[in-house]
Design a protein around this ligand. Structure first.
Ligand code: ME8
Length: 517
């Protein structure tokens, strides 16, 4: 089997109509772990994230705040970039849909669809609030005492009809069903796939793709009183990011089609139906996978600004630490399912898995090397069955983690690594190297060697999830920067190598109020 030439992964582009929330952070972290894993596995990886500057939500919030949509986007987009920096996200690019490169891409795509005969002019009708410059669904409205209908924002709505361009989505239903049939893992997890298949089987309506009542968006080529409406604009970001419309560019040829679009479950349908249909119409290759992750809740409750239970990614990383939050989300929430966030569960993960199991094992074994073996990697003697068993387990981690990561089962890949950590703790406790110090110092050296070697392999594989802590562990083991990729799992610690003085890597979280964890 030859290695894939490249790996292209994206997040959704977030609406910058407010600061980033924990859902945005969650998606960025998960995608980053997948991207870092591929890079460390020697695959040329490209990771795109960004913001969706256009759309009705932006117009509405800007109006409420008395600024223009562009001003709102310009104020918030840097916070999304900052979130990426703070969370140690390794994105290669950050796209904004109001950038000229994207406007060109979206307009070119539109022209391709129009040339194909897949765009036509008709009328769109709906409940519209002039004050909000927004349409609302019937189910969002309430009846006023005055007989009028009102939007959730309290503004009156009226039934209006406007001219709109439509995309012939209905014509693609059969080809979409064929796609889902031929590529059963195009949409994952499977529950999401089943929902989409059932939806498309019921038949598709054509899609309204322009507005004249809103003037914030990409102008429709040849008819600038229309702007593109939502999905044609937003979805196109994924090809803009690798150079579309220049399909001959090195980056487009190298990275497109995307290997996986990581998105939340609420927008799976758009990605799994509209996006491939648009690409089929434009004769562009289809992405290989759409993965819909679950939603995060605060103690099981939906987060909302009005309830006041929205969790700020900047605050929680300050409170608990960046690696800690990354680890918590990746390990605690089975990827694809909904997850819940609470102080207790975060602290438990930090203290049990990071501080105790991994941090303590490293601290105890490396301190013994520092104290008893002049801080040098010991020379191992003959290996016992126990030594071989734990080394074998550590040696088998990569293959298992790869399978899980290729299916975006991040929590399972981490499960494989932390199972080894748990086993290494049992090994260390069972071998009692502290007792061997007097009775059999050579055997103590072997046990410490084996433990340190297992920690080396764990740290290399833990880099995608806890990049800072793993780097620190590898520093403590004097592993050179060029010997930290997955290919270097084949190496071994070299006896006699001088190690730096050990220091703690994953501190325990101590509750200030209680004075204890
Ligand atoms: O939907 N938990 O933007 P967005 C987990 N601009 N994920 C969540 C979440 C939560 N509580 N809330 C939102 C948009 N998300 C469009 C996307 S893509 C071409 C256009 C996820 O800011 C959500 O599912 O509302 C989506 O994947 C991402 O955050 C951005 O959401």
């Amino acid at each position: 089997m030859t290695a894939p030439k490249a790996f292209y992964i994206t997040t959704a582009i977030s609406y910058p109509n407010g600061p980033p929330h924990i859902g945005h952070a969650y998606e960025a972290i998960a995608t980053d772990i997948l991207a870092r894993f591929k890079r460390l596995d020697g695959v040329d990886t490209y990771f795109l994230t960004g913001v969706d500057d256009h759309g009705q939500k932006m117009v509405q919030t800007a109006k409420e705040r008395g600024v223009s949509p562009q001003e709102l986007a310009d104020e918030m987009a840097p916070l999304f970039k900052k979130m990426c920096a703070v969370l140690n996200i390794s994105n290669d690019d950050f796209i904004r849909t109001s950038e000229p490169r994207h406007i060109l891409a979206a307009q070119t795509l539109w022209e391709k669809l129009a040339a194909k005969g897949d765009i036509y002019l008709d009328k769109y009708a709906g409940w519209y609030s002039v004050r909000d410059e927004a349409y609302y669904g019937e189910d969002e409205l309430s009846d006023g005492d005055d007989g009028k209908k009102y939007a959730p924002t309290g503004t009156p709505v009226e039934w209006i009809e406007e001219e709109s361009y439509f995309f012939r989505l209905s014509a693609y239903a059969d080809r979409l069903l064929e796609l889902y049939e031929k590529h059963p893992d195009f949409i994952l997890p499977e529950t999401r796939r089943n929902e989409v298949v059932a939806f498309v089987k019921r038949g598709l309506n054509d899609l309204s793709i322009s507005r004249t009542k809103i003037d914030w968006g990409v102008p429709v080529p040849g008819d600038p009183k229309h702007v593109m409406y939502v999905w044609v604009d937003a979805l196109t970001n994924y090809i803009t990011g690798v150079g579309y419309p220049n399909v001959e560019s090195a980056s487009f040829k190298h990275y497109w089609p995307a290997d996986v679009h990581i998105i939340g479950k609420d927008i799976v349908r758009f990605h799994a139906m509209i996006w491939p249909a648009l690409l089929m119409a434009a004769e562009v290759d289809l992405p290989k996978r759409i993965y819909g992750h679950g939603f995060l809740f605060n103690r099981g409750e939906k987060m909302s600004k009005s309830v006041g239970n929205v969790i700020d990614p900047f605050t929680i990383t300050q409170t608990y630490g960046v690696d800690q939050i990354r680890y918590f989300f990746a390990r605690e929430v089975p990827f694809g399912q909904d997850g819940s966030y609470s102080h207790e569960t975060v602290v438990n993960r930090i203290n049990a898995d990071l501080a105790n199991d991994l941090g303590n094992l490293a601290q105890r074994s490396l301190s013994m090397i520092a104290k008893n073996l002049e801080g040098k990697v010991p020379e191992p003697g003959a290996l016992t069955d126990e030594d071989k068993a734990i080394l074998d387990q550590a040696g088998a981690m990569l293959d298992a983690a790869r399978v899980h990561m290729d299916g975006q089962q991040i929590h399972q890949a981490l499960g494989v690594i932390w199972d080894t950590v748990a086993e290494a703790n049992r090994y260390f406790a069972g071998q009692e190297p502290w007792a061997l110090k007097k009775t059999d110092p050579a055997r103590m050296g072997t046990v410490l060697y084996v433990t340190a070697e297992v920690i080396r392999r764990v740290a290399i594989l833990a880099q995608p999830v806890v990049p800072s802590g793993a780097a620190k562990l590898l520093d403590l083991l004097a592993v050179l920067p060029e010997a930290r990729s997955f290919a270097s799992l084949e190496d071994k610690l070299v006896p006699g190598t001088a190690l730096p003085a050990p220091s703690g890597v994953f501190p325990r979280f101590v509750d200030e109020e209680k004075g204890q964890a």
